[in-house]
Write a protein that binds this ligand. Structure first.
Ligand code: NDP
Ligand code: BG6
Length: 493
């Protein structure tokens, strides 16, 4: 039987992700009784000890979580810390007695979940250093390793990283995290599609005109300019989060719900993406970079003025792409995907645009049917269609039927990191990216990387706008327009 009794070893425990996401997620799982026997061993080079690490994590939790002193004390008593020189294999020997002590104390049978939350350059090093001390073998309890993004920098480096990790951990032990897959509304897409007889018959090229996927952020690069400049919108959001969302929209129903059949279907979508040609990168792709502007009376820096960003950087903070999936369900249906920082709202949504009626009986401008799936914030699903405007004549106006997740107030919805950490502890890899899908995604985006490398055009856009005008023109070529979501669902009609 799978158990979530284990020791969670976080590499990079003094870093941003640990105190902002991982520890709060573990805290909430503990608070809601989802963790039983467990300990957390923080690891990094900084010379902290159990007490100073607990103090740092306590401060972080006080900033973000609703707590009581009792629950906070009880949770923090499970936290431990070991300073290790993370690039020196011999130093990992220090982990052996610590882990023995913790497994004995919490009766966790050697079950260990490693979480690599360090700079990506260490993702190949840490498994090797663990293996040098036998800390990867499963003779005494399971050993799993979570790999944070980015998984590689391009197809070649992703393959190299896979080879490095696979030398010491088998595929069933490796959990490549993509936190978008942990979002409740992304999973709900599958339930919406595959548990309702209503949608499935319409979910194909016969009825769908085009699909729009938007991952917009209102913030800039904040304190992460150094990291972001080596990444850009394509690697940071598109290659992973948005392609995974696209796969959920487009995949076939799995025969059964388990990690392999689900991930087989995701991989099939990635493999069916029509390879991008030179013409595509020149005409169906727009890359942009935000410039300074005044938003709500406040001066906002341009990307080139952000901390850690070289003043001549050509890194894109916006990307829009028209792509297609070559299979029977989707042939000929364009998918328009865009993402960017410093856009007018923080909103992630999918819009399924249905084809119009074959003949406009009532008016030329009858509203089109749309299904809007809001991933965040204000998670919701809204069906838009036309009804008669009251009064004389037969003019149609758009109305909507809305469902809001907040209406399920009695359900405790896990955040993405809570859900994924819990799944990894239970050994359920369904919502983690599998190696073949990751490689197919890199292969698909390689022409975009090559285009950038070859000096492809990066348009400017003013912070607080919906990206370069070129992105509007891209979709307008087929007579369509991007939706301009506000971050809030329309009031009920
Ligand atoms: P930080 O730079 O804040 O933290 C890095 C951590 O790694 C620190 O604890 C650092 O501690 C440790 N570390 C160990 N060895 C080294 C080394 N040789 N050089 C530098 N640091 C080292 O990064 P984040 O916490 O922001 O990110 C961690 C990983 O998670 C990254 O790969 C990032 O891409 C990914 N990620 C982060 C997100 C976020 O929101 N922050 C979101 C999604 C992914 P010490 O110096 O004490 O050793
Ligand atoms: C991270 C990216 O993976 O996802 C960030 O590195 C981005 O740049 C973040 O801001 C967005 O996540 P969410 O959950 O806030 O949409």
């Amino acid at each position: 039987m799978q158990t979530n009794n284990n020791c969670i070893v976080i590499f990079g425990a003094s870093g941003d992700l640990t105190h902002r996401k991982l520890i709060p997620a573990l805290y909430n799982l503990f608070k809601f009784g989802r963790l039983n026997q467990f300990s957390v061993l923080g690891v990094a080079r900084s010379e902290l000890n159990d007490d100073t690490f607990r103090e740092k994590m306590r401060e972080a939790l006080l900033e973000t979580e609703e707590t009581t002193p009792e629950t906070l004390d009880a949770f923090c008593s499970h936290l431990y810390y070991q300073a290790v020189n993370t690039s020196d294999a011999a130093d990992y020997g220090k982990l052996v007695p610590r882990l023995e002590e913790l497994h004995t104390k919490y009766q966790t049978n050697g079950n260990t979940l490693y979480y690599m939350s360090t700079p990506p350059s260490l993702y190949g090093v840490i498994p090797e250093c663990l293996a040098a001390h036998g800390l990867n073998t499963e003779e005494d309890g399971w050993k799993r390793i979570i790999v944070e993004k980015p998984f590689g920098y391009d197809e070649k480096t992703a393959q190299e990283l896979d080879v490095q990790i696979h030398r010491f951990f088998e595929e069933h032990q490796i959990y490549r995290i993509d936190h978008y897959l942990g979002k409740e509304t992304v999973q709900n897409l599958l339930v919406l599609r595959f548990s309702n007889g209503l949608f499935e018959p319409l979910w194909n090229r016969n009825y769908i005109d085009y699909v729009e996927i938007t991952g917009a952020e209102a913030i800039g690069v904040e304190e992460r300019g150094g990291y972001y400049d080596g990444s850009g919108a394509m690697r940071d959001m598109f290659q992973n989060h948005l392609l995974q969302v696209l796969a959920m929209v487009a995949m076939e129903p799995p025969a059964i719900i388990n990690a392999n059949s689900m991930r087989d279907e995701v991989a099939k979508v990635m493999h069916s993406l029509r390879p991008l040609t030179q013409d595509d990168v020149e005409h169906n792709l727009v890359l942009g970079q935000y410039t300074a502007a005044e938003i709500d009376g406040k001066e906002v820096k341009g990307y080139l003025q952000e901390k850690g960003v070289p003043s001549n950087s050509r890194t894109e903070t916006f990307m829009a792409l028209r792509c297609e999936i070559e299979n029977w369900r989707w042939a000929g249906v364009p998918f328009y995907v865009r993402t960017g920082k410093r856009l007018p709202a923080r909103v992630t949504e999918i819009v399924i645009h249905f084809k119009t009626t074959p003949h406009p009986v009532f008016s030329q401008n009858a509203p089109e049917n749309k299904l809007i799936i809001r991933i965040q914030p204000d998670e919701a699903i809204s069906m838009r269609f036309g009804l008669k405007k009251p009064g004389a004549g037969f003019e149609a106006k758009e109305v909507s039927m809305d469902f809001r997740y907040a209406d399920l107030a009695d359900e405790q919805v896990l955040t993405a990191y809570e859900r994924l950490l819990l799944d990894a502890m239970k050994g359920d890899a369904t919502l983690f990216a599998r190696t073949d899908a990751v490689h197919a995604a890199w292969k698909f985006v390689q022409p975009i990387l090559d285009y950038k490398e070859a000096g492809g055009r990066i348009y400017e856009y003013e912070a607080g706008t919906w990206g370069p005008i070129a992105a509007e023109k891209l979709i307008a070529k087929s007579g369509r327009v991007w939706r301009k979501p506000s971050g809030k669902m329309k009031k009920k009609v």
